[in-house]
Design a binder for this molecule. Structure first.
Ligand SMILES: Nc1ncnc2c1ncn2[C@@H]1O[C@H](COP(=O)(O)OP(=O)(O)OP(=O)(O)O)[C@@H](O)[C@H]1O
Ligand SMILES: [Mg+2]
Length: 323
């Protein structure tokens, strides 16, 4: 029997909606240092959660190495993709495609190339303001893995910067590297080139163990000229928000707190720990069944974890969720 998602979600949720004039959409970007840690799953699940809370969402698939947001919604790739936006033949709004979930749409990413697509920082700077014009409450960008300049720029321009890690040491290590890269990328535009190169050299020395002290960005900026220290503080007013996905133990779920402390201790850089998501076999099973897990199983601990995460990201006072 076909489920009536539209009525189902309207039954359980009532929220105060801002008028169209008050509305400005929020861009959330989901990134990770390592591939395969669950960015696409988390992106689609956050979108579903937002829709259950009454919000409209457009997901932009910006995985340059192979888009697959459509798969998370059990759909085939659409022939019109974000490539057409960059080629100038379509506006971003013309590329919005509805999914089976009410209020959740997506923009097809690059999927018809046989090598990863190269996207420049300038292209991302052109894309971000167009995303702001999309008719939705939230735009969630699903990036590919790694600290490519275009990824770092997309993260920098986002209202919410979500960084995903798994509890595996390989992923944790790449998450720290990603954070370093993000700080460096963000400082670059506020530096004179020689000062920036000097900082990178110091970081390299530190990584090679030539320096006994921890590399504190704050101390470095205080003791060296050529990079605006105020901008470093400004970076933390919209912090990176860490999610640890695929947790299988209590220790895994607490890992985010430890990672936050490490960033503070080693770099003097504050990140926010948003929450943990359990490992659940239902996730990959539901992808095979072509139905997102939060739709197939809406009342599980996993769904609760996403709801809590969403509520931390949006203003909880606006919500009147009666689930
Ligand atoms: N919490 C979870 N529990 C169980 N399986 C999960 C969970 N999160 C993700 N997975 C599974 O892990 C695999 C990778 O997930 P996903 O494609 O979302 O990662 P990704 O970070 O987007 O990968 P890529 O870097 O290739 O874009 C998928 O098979 C997905 O079903
Ligand atoms: Mg992905």
């Amino acid at each position: 029997m076909e489920r009536d998602f539209e009525n189902e979600s309207q039954d359980v949720i009532a929220i105060k909606r801002p008028s169209s004039q008050e509305r400005t959409n929020q861009i959330w970007t989901v990134a990770s240092g390592k591939g395969g840690v669950g960015k696409t799953f988390v992106t689609s699940s956050l979108a579903i959660c937002l829709s259950k809370l009454g919000h409209s969402v457009v997901i932009v698939d910006l995985d340059l190495s192979g888009a697959n947001v459509h798969t998370a919604f059990g759909m085939s790739p659409a022939s019109n993709s974000i490539r057409h936006f960059f080629e100038g033949s379509k506006t971003l709004s013309e590329l919005v495609i509805p999914t089976q979930v009410p209020r959740v749409s997506y923009i097809q990413g690059f999927w018809d190339a046989w090598t990863p697509t190269d996207l420049s920082v300038e292209q991302v700077r052109h894309l971000a303001p167009e995303m702001k014009k999309l008719n939705a409450d939230y735009v969630i960008v699903d990036l590919g893995a790694g600290a490519l300049e275009s990824h770092l720029e997309m993260l920098k321009l986002a209202d919410e910067k979500i960084l995903l890690s798994s509890p595996e040491p390989t992923s944790i290590e790449k998450t720290y590297r990603f954070i370093e890269s993000f700080v460096c990328h963000s400082l670059k535009d506020h530096s004179i080139p020689e000062a920036y190169d000097h900082m990178i050299q110091q970081l390299r020395n530190h990584r090679h163990g030539f320096s006994e002290k921890n590399f504190s960005f704050r101390t470095y900026l205080r003791e060296n000229s050529g990079i605006q220290p105020d901008f470093f503080d400004a970076l933390m007013t919209k912090p990176l928000r860490l999610i640890v996905n695929s947790c299988r133990s209590q220790a895994n779920t607490e890992l985010g707190h430890a990672m936050k402390s490490v960033c503070y201790k080693y770099y003097d850089f504050k990140v926010d720990f948003l929450g943990s998501i359990d490992y659940d076999n239902a996730v990959w099973q539901s992808i095979r069944n072509r139905e997102p897990v939060l739709i197939a199983q809406p009342f599980t601990p996993l769904a609760g974890q996403f709801l809590t995460t969403c509520k931390q990201l949006i203003d909880p006072k606006e919500l009147r969720a009666v689930i």
